[in-house]
Design a protein around this ligand. Structure first.
Ligand code: DC
Length: 459
């Protein structure tokens, strides 16, 4: 190429470059457009709650079981729900209307209804708002009889947060079946799945058999589907509450054994009889008749009961702030407790309270209806008993040890009478749960029984 030609080409190239850059700038300017005056963003419309906390009963009764799907934001809820509604035998009849509403209802082929919720701890929501959503959801779960199960989604890459743990505990406290599901498995090598599922399960206190799923690779779908089907048809509960339900008649040695077991396992101990004793004491002080159920229910509603360990590790019970730990052990209070415990509103109030305490931490719960009513999903159920004569002898020794007068015949008669009243009352009578292990404390000392219970938990 001649020198002149080369110079011409270079100039042409420069001109072309200039034109191109001018064109690019023009395009960029056009894209930005004229500067608009600053406009104030309109206030976000207040989130509309389909179900507000006290009004959960307004949810239309579809006559179908609900499956609640919940989890933090970005945990894969929408993909999970899409997968469920797209199952072969299910048809989606409505789509997700977005994340602004508390609960979205789906009619999935007339089989069941799914409830989607905005992620708790939802990143962009103000704390109070997110809290309101959660409270609303919890009120729905605890109040609606047709909730078959609550699926809690947990991201395989993240450790459960305080919100995750709180949510799991609250759901378990309602007695509703909690089904944790680990999501986003595709983000981690398959070799890590089992370990992560185990860690996540342990962190929220639900065991290690948690299905691992991925919307991306259709992993874990069969397992989850089978679990939901089982929940809907009332099958076995996959999650057991870390509770030992220890029931039996009075004087069988429940308290001593329960305390020993709790100490050996490092668990909390809950004496539910003490609660009925405190309520019986208060009803007696206020002169409320034991047959006046509405008044007893109202008494429970305005009673502040609390159980606190003292420095020696013994639990003390406070009735409206007054330490009644000794008072409730008086012989006459036993009869008051037995009478008041036959009242349905009292039992309901106590059971809700006990479930809340028991589900909040691994607990050995002692009572009459722990395995049958309050913790049907307990990890282990024990029915501890002994002949009435053996129990009467123990009671005499106990009372004499406290300096109280004790007549064996009267004590035996009282025990037989109380056994009869406790086991024949209409509401939550004392009886052995079908899946409880029967232990006779007549020929074993407390230490021996406790060892056996610990062995059953660990085995
Ligand atoms: O375990 P205890 O003796 O402290 O119980 C006192 C009374 O309360 C007893 O008559 C049975 C009743 N009770 C009950 O009905 N349900 C419980 N879970 C615990 C005790």
């Amino acid at each position: 190429m001649s020198r002149q030609k080369l110079k011409f080409c270079t100039i042409l190239n420069m001109v072309f470059e200039k034109i191109l850059s001018a064109h690019r700038m023009l395009r960029r300017k056009r894209k930005v457009g004229p500067r608009m005056p600053e406009v104030k963003k309109p206030a976000q419309p207040e989130a509309k709650f389909l179900i507000s906390a006290p009004k959960w009963k307004e949810v239309p009764d579809y006559g179908l079981p609900f499956v609640v799907v919940a989890g933090r934001s970005n945990v894969g809820k929408s993909s999970f729900i899409n997968y469920l509604v797209n199952r072969k035998n299910l048809a989606r009849t409505s789509s997700t209307p977005g994340r602004t509403r508390l609960l979205n209802f789906f009619d999935v082929g007339g089989r069941f209804i799914l409830v989607d919720v905005p992620g708790y701890g939802y990143a962009n929501a103000p704390k109070e708002e997110a809290r309101k959503w959660l409270e609303n959801l919890m009120s729905f779960i605890s109040g609606c009889d047709s909730v078959a199960c609550v699926i809690q989604l947990l991201d395989i890459r993240r450790d459960p947060t305080a919100d995750d743990k709180w949510f799991a505990r609250e759901v378990m406290a309602t007695g509703c079946q909690l089904m944790p599901v680990v999501t986003k498995a595709d983000k981690l090598a398959r070799t890590h799945w089992k370990k992560r599922a185990k860690e996540i399960g342990a962190a929220i206190g639900v065991g290690s058999k948690i299905p691992v799923t991925s919307a991306q690779d259709k992993i874990g779908r069969e397992e989850v589907t089978a679990m939901i089907d089982e929940a809907i048809s009332g099958g076995e509960q996959p999650v057991k509450l870390p509770v030992i339900a220890l029931d039996g008649p009075s004087g069988a040695g429940k308290s001593t054994v329960a305390k020993l077991v709790a100490k050996k396992l490092g668990w909390s101990y809950l004496d539910t009889g003490a609660m009925y004793r405190a309520i019986g004491l208060k009803a007696d002080r206020e002169g409320i008749a034991m047959e006046d159920h509405p008044a007893l229910g109202e008494l429970c509603a305005r009673t502040d009961l609390s159980l606190r360990p003292d420095p020696s590790g013994q639990t003390r019970i406070f009735l409206d702030g007054e330490d009644v730990s000794e008072k409730i052990r008086e012989h006459r209070v036993s009869a008051l407790a037995s009478a008041v415990s036959a009242s349905p509103p009292v039992r309901e109030a106590m059971a809700a309270f006990q479930r809340r305490i028991g589900a909040s931490t691994p607990t050995v719960c002692e009572g009459r209806d722990m395995g049958t009513v309050v913790f049907p999903d307990a990890l282990l159920k024990i029915f501890l008993t002994a002949a009435p004569e053996t129990r009467a002898k123990r009671r005499v020794l106990e009372l004499e040890g406290r300096g109280e007068r004790a007549e064996y015949d009267k004590i035996l008669a009282d025990i037989v009478k109380r056994d009869h009243a406790d086991s024949t009352r209409a509401h939550s009578p004392l009886k052995q749960a079908e899946d409880a292990v029967l232990v006779d404390s007549g020929n074993l000392d407390a230490e021996g029984v406790a060892e056996r219970v610990v062995g059953l938990v660990k085995g």
